[in-house]
Ligand binder design. Sequence first.
Ligand code: ADP
Length: 427
Amino acid sequence: MQSAWRKEFYRLTLLYIAAVLLGLVTKHLFPVLFALSALLWVMQFLQIRRFEKWVSAGGKGAYPKTSGIWEDIYYYIHRIKKTEKRRKKKLRKLIEQFRQSTEALPDAAVVLRANDEIEWANKAARQMLGLQQTDKGQRILNLIRFPEFIRYIRSANYSEPVILPSPTNHRITLEVRIIAYGSGLRLLLAQDVTQLKKMQTIRKDFVANVSHELRTPLTVLKGYLETLQDLDDGVSPLLTTSFRAMQDQTERMQHLVDDLLLLTRLETQQKKQVCIDVPNLLSQICKESDLFENASSRIQLNLDSAAHIFGEEQDLRSAFTNLLGNALKYSPEDSQVIVQWYQSENELILSVTDHGEGISEVDMSRVTERFYRVEAKRRKKVPGTGLGLAIVKHALMRHDADLHISSELGKGSCFSCHFPIRRICCN
Ligand code: ADP
């Protein structure tokens, strides 16, 4: 653009020099200069008019034939328009490709606007959620009326998915999750998890049935073993140690079966929740923990809150007993275990702190998995099933509570259960 201006400047300068010379020769300097200026003014006016007409018509097609700086201006605008057209074409192609790929997705995808209105839905969404192409602009809550779905959308808390039956086929189970993005837009994704749910049910039923079936033979075995031990006169040390080993193993197996049955119950049965006097429950648990040597002298119970919470006593008892049992098991026999019940700004917390072996960062993320036990180089073998913390996690889940673990190897651990304040039923 700079060189076009320069060319225009030289052209005008030359024209005016020529006009001055002509004016001096003819002795009519001012009329000649005036005539030139008027001519140039008219020419520029005509150019501007032609340019305005071309631009207002959208600058389509070839630009008018012209010269000088105007030719450059027309050329640059024409070039900008051409690039823009090419970019638009590319963008259109990209959008088309994106549409085709999302249409081909096996999972349902729906874009929702701020007021829950449907902006766009793919083919799977039409099949799984029963949406129509004409539903664009409709509020999704008017089309999918499951109470849990309405609650999920309205909660605006999309950290966890929600499980629903498909509105088109109730035998299909969908896992629906929402992802917020952009300014007020949300992407709803629904996945068919029927098979997964079926497998989970089969697994739960299998574990429950096996555990239940093992219970009776174990009780019989235990009974006979006790009788044999009573009959043992101690003459054969081999027999005595064999009986002891057999008793230890049957007891271990019985604990395992009991824990598995408890986990199954936590996963499948929902009991009625009532107001639980947590301080009283904790006092009872701390008194009852005589399974460990010197347990009562090792436990320091700090009841800094009198709050009672809505819950299921048996579940809470199992969770708290497991945490206390672990703290006593995995710390030296003369060390203190602190149990504290207190209230923070928006939570009620039960913490169990020990000064034991601690847990490494790698193990910390896995200790709540079923059957996960830390392979520690312990001097003494610590009995356990590896199901305790899984029970704690499930019991807490039924109380909308979370388990937090902080630990340092060699220093100790703190396991805390965080209950939402809305669970308080008496203070
Ligand atoms: P279990 O105690 O029967 O092995 P849990 O599920 O209760 O099973 O615990 C899983 C593992 O987590 C334990 O094997 C132990 O290694 C570790 N753990 C649990 N609580 C503590 C604790 N307070 N201190 C150190 N390690 C712990």
